[in-house]
Write a protein that binds this ligand. Structure first.
Ligand SMILES: Cc1ncc(COP(=O)(O)O)c(C=O)c1O
Length: 392
């Protein structure tokens, strides 16, 4: 999959290599475009990418240019970036804020909720949270921050076995019975099954069966006229696309992989299925060597895949090098046989997990095939101090 990739990267960055400080995140736009086209072709009109993977306007522009205007986000900076990029490029974004909102965070979204150029859904974590969202919406309407006729669009977060957020289908069935909503409509079900893998088709389909059953049983007075069932990331989308109920119900269905835009080591099954190209790399240099069995790179846990056990990456073009356990700034590597790169030499790494790698950088070095084209700000990296953008 990575044959000769290091030589192409060497050529693409030849003009800037001498001044490149490492570790550096490098993104290949040509590969990004290829990956976006591959996923869009596999799930036409059904892809709602999670943009926590990319967190930068330059790649959002590529998604919009490919007419992928549906998305998911999890943080306020991601939402701000989506809305600003859509406005600048003349697109209307359709966004699911896929993270449970507490009261202060919800109030911080008022400006986006009331924006007629933005379609925004929020998640309800549990029946009580749904009632609270309705109540907080009423308060924003009373305060004049949302128009009188405003109706909050909510997707129910359904716990399909991941046990991270949401409520299991049975909890929604009973919890919705007694509920009355004044300013809120259920417009979707969100069943993210991130605990499942490529082999877990049976478990995945059991979860989707339960999701479809819940969709059929939703009380008419609580739901909107159209319903979207949104499931699955990079490791299980293939099961959702083959599920009869999701495909044929009186609803629309979307999948929400985000990693596929850039690809990484741990998404190799999806990469093979979709024919993805690796679009994100970390440039790293040798900063220590014993001259024979060990060398150390400058991409420790603050440079690449901080959430992964070793090996956190593959070293392109050097099959005889085995990355070991990183410390913050150091990545010791075992040299299996000679030759090995010398002190100061540049090597190219493919991250085990690309989403957490991107989030470590303020800028990415952008190439387009074999051409250096500039920098891209990772504007949505990290977390803001204030929950309301207007108080920033
Ligand atoms: C709620 C939600 N949706 C979608 C995704 C995207 O999945 P992936 O990173 O596997 O592409 C994630 C990933 O963490 C997620 O938490």
């Amino acid at each position: 999959m990575f044959a000769d990739a290091h030589r192409r990267l060497d050529r693409a960055l030849a003009s800037v290599c001498e001044r490149l400080a490492t570790p550096a995140l490098v993104i290949d736009l040509q590969a990004v475009r290829h990956n976006i086209a591959a996923v869009a072709a596999r799930a036409p009109g059904r892809w709602r990418p999670h943009i926590k993977t990319v967190k930068q306007a330059r790649i959002l522009e590529e998604l919009f240019a490919a007419n992928v205007c549906t998305s998911k986000c999890a943080t306020l900076p991601e939402l701000e970036l989506l809305v600003a990029t859509a406005a600048r490029t003349g697109h209307r974004p359709d966004i699911v804020f896929a993270y449970p909102l507490y009261k202060q965070a919800f109030r911080g979204l008022a400006g986006f909720l009331g924006d007629p150029q933005v379609d925004l859904q929020v998640l309800a974590d549990a029946p009580k949270h749904l009632a609270a969202l309705d109540h907080w919406t009423a308060a924003l309407i009373d305060a004049g921050e949302l128009p009188r006729e405003f109706c909050l669009r909510v997707a129910l977060d359904v716990d399909l076995g991941m046990h991270r957020t949401g409520t299991p289908p049975c909890g929604w069935h009973t919890g919705l019975r007694a509920l009355e909503l004044r300013h809120t409509q259920i417009v979707g079900l969100h069943g993210y099954d991130g605990h499942l893998h490529w082999e877990d088709r049976f478990e995945a389909h059991q979860g989707y069966d339960a999701l479809c059953e819940l969709a059929r049983a939703l009380p008419q007075n609580l739901r909107g006229s159209a319903l979207e069932l949104c499931t699955s990331g990079t490791h299980s989308y293939v099961h959702a696309l083959s599920h009869k109920g999701l495909n044929e119900g009186p609803w629309t269905h979307s999948i929400s992989p985000g990693t596929v835009v850039l690809s990484d080591r741990r998404s190799h099954r999806a990469a093979t299925d979709l024919g993805l190209r690796q679009a994100a790399f970390v440039a790293s240099r040798v900063i220590s060597t014993d001259g024979h069995a060990r060398l150390t790179l400058d991409a420790g846990s603050k440079g690449i895949a901080p959430d992964c056990p070793p090996p956190t990456c593959t070293i392109l073009g050097w099959p005889n090098l085995r990355p070991g356990g990183p410390s913050e700034e150091h990545l010791p590597v075992t040299v299996g046989s000679q030759p090995a790169p010398g002190f100061g030499e540049l090597v190219w790494l493919v991250p085990e997990h690309v989403c957490t790698t991107v989030n470590l950088y303020r800028h990415a070095v952008v190439i387009d095939g074999e051409r250096y084209v500039g920098l891209s700000e990772i504007a949505a990296a990290g977390h803001p101090v204030w929950s309301n953008p207007s108080t920033a």
